[in-house]
Design a protein around this ligand. Sequence first.
Ligand SMILES: [Zn+2]
Ligand SMILES: [Zn+2]
Ligand SMILES: [Zn+2]
Length: 145
Amino acid sequence: MENRIENIKKQLHSQSYKLTPQREATVRVLLEHEQDHLSAEDVYLLVKEKAPEIGLATVYRTLELLTELKVVDKINFGDGVSRYDLRKEGAEHFHHHLVCVECGSVTEIEEDLLGDVEKVVEKQFEFDVKDHRLTFHGVCKSCQN
Ligand SMILES: [Zn+2]
Ligand SMILES: [Zn+2]
Ligand SMILES: [Zn+2]
C-alpha cells in the first residue's frame, strides 16, 4: 500500500502536482477498495470517514485529476454511473471487466488479451491504438448454478 502511494505521489510530482493530505485520503480509499469500482459519491462517503472536513467537490476534482494523470480510469458499466478504477501498476492499457447481468458482480481480467486485435486495427484502419475499454456482459459462474 505505502509503495503504491509512493509511486502515485511520484506520478503526480512528475506533472507538477502535489499529493495533498486530501488527495492522499482519496487515493487510500481507492487502494483499499480496489475491487469495488466506486462511484464519486461512494468515494466521497469513504474519504469523509478519514477526513471529515473534505467536500464532495474536492473529491470530485481529485478524481478528475487522477483520471487525467491516468492513475485511475473512469468507467461506466451501462447504468449511467461513472465509476473510478485504479489502473494496475505498470499497465499500458486499461483492464477488462466481466459484468454479471444477474447479480451485478464485476470481475476483472488483468491480461490485455487484445494484442492481435490491436494489430489488426492499427493495420486496417491506420489507427494508433492508445487504450481501450472492454466490458463483457453475461452471467457469472455462481449465477449459472
Ligand atoms: Zn476494474
Ligand atoms: Zn491493449
Ligand atoms: Zn452473477
